[in-house]
Design a protein around this ligand. Structure first.
Ligand code: ADP
Ligand code: MG
Length: 334
């Protein structure tokens, strides 16, 4: 039995079925991400797991115990939300110490433990500050400290970085991952940001309206999306209907749609064996930092092609190109 198991979990609000039979296994120490568009049921699943909501049907197991009917407190689960939800009138120390004080732990023990945890999240020098004196990223690290000080069996993070600036957010992604790995804490992370999911996770579960569409490692999900929804949500796949594929290069698929990664559309390199060849005209050029994205019109079929950005090899609008795609890079979608 896995450390965490969701078995056929359903949740309805009135006649709105938000979770439609979730089956999910999570190993101890694993960092798992629930990825999906807004409104697909990610937070609801976390809330069911933490006991803030009851399930309509199904069971949830944690560490071998059926916790479906446990109160939130009995479950020993820590949570961090998008909103920082710190106590504004308490210092960082007081915020982080709060949970242990409620448990009437020894004062000296608490002081040492708070120091320890604040060191872990890199806030040792902010002990006596108030939340309003901290940046959003710092406040979120306090919220993280407040959760991990309780040594929860599982840490739940519901879009904790959504309100934070892009640059700081990237730093925090790496930091949270490091902390999680050091503490070996089983973590369920929720985000609608596919890049964030890629960076952080051992395993990604891709959600689509109350169901899991696909599960796998980041590399697996990125390179082998199995459905049109997954290909749309992960990366910026070119998605072609079977007739368009035929028109483009003469190939035909058993599936209705195929997906091709933008970086798999190769621009006039040496002709490769086992590739399909065709022509196209550049209709758009977009610099994205280390890569450059071309929009290419191939006789009425629009493709995106990404290459590394090399200043001396840039191509221009209107230029005609020889293109090729390896057959193995054409993914057939179910
Ligand atoms: P996500 O976190 O993926 O954005 P949620 O789990 O928050 O999605 O919401 C999924 C759906 O459930 C939404 O349609 C939302 O309106 C509905 N929902 C969530 N909580 C409640 C509630 N307490 N009462 C009624 N409907 C709810
Ligand atoms: Mg949510």
């Amino acid at each position: 039995m896995a450390y965490i198991e969701f078995r056929n979990v359903h949740k309805s609000f009135g006649n709105n079925e938000v979770l439609k039979g979730i089956n999910l296994s999570i190993d101890e120490g694993e960092f798992v991400t629930l990825l999906g568009p807004s409104g697909c049921g990610k937070s609801t699943l976390l809330r069911c797991f933490s006991g803030l909501e009851t399930v309509t049907e199904g069971e949830i197991y944690l560490d071998g115990t059926n916790i479906t009917d446990f109160t939130p407190k009995q479950r020993k689960i820590g949570m961090v939300f998008q909103q920082y939800s710190l106590f504004p009138n308490m210092t960082v120390h007081q915020n982080v110490a709060f949970g242990l004080q409620m448990q009437k732990k020894d004062k000296h023990f608490i002081t040492e433990k708070v120091k320890d945890v604040l060191h872990t999240v890199g806030l040792s020098d902010k002990l006596d500050q108030y939340p309003r004196q901290l940046s959003g990223g710092q406040q979120q690290r306090v919220a993280l400290a407040r959760a991990i000080i309780m040594e929860p069996k599982v840490l739940l993070l519901d879009e904790p970085l959504s309100a934070i600036d892009a640059l700081l957010r990237r730093n925090l992604q790496v930091e949270i991952r490091k902390i999680q790995q050091n503490l070996k804490m089983t973590t369920i992370f929720v985000t609608h940001d596919q890049e964030e999911a890629m960076v952080m996770s051992d395993t990604i579960h891709l959600f689509n309206v109350g169901q899991i569409e696909q599960s796998g490692s980041p590399a697996d999900i990125y390179t082998h999306p199995q459905t049109k929804f997954a290909a749309n949500f992960i990366g910026h796949y070119n998605i072609l209907s079977n007739p368009d594929l035929k028109k483009l290069c003469g190939l035909s698929s058993d599936c209705d749609f195929v997906a091709i990664r933008p970086e798999a559309v190769l621009i006039s390199p040496e002709p490769l064996n086992d590739a399909v060849h065709f022509q196209g005209k550049i209709t758009g050029v977009m610099l994205r930092g280390t890569t450059i994205s071309y929009t290419i019109d191939c006789d009425g079929i629009e493709l995106r092609a990404d290459t590394l950005f090399e200043t001396n090899r840039q191509r221009n609008m209107g230029e005609m190109l020889q293109l090729q795609i390896l057959k193995e890079d054409i993914l057939h979608l179910h």
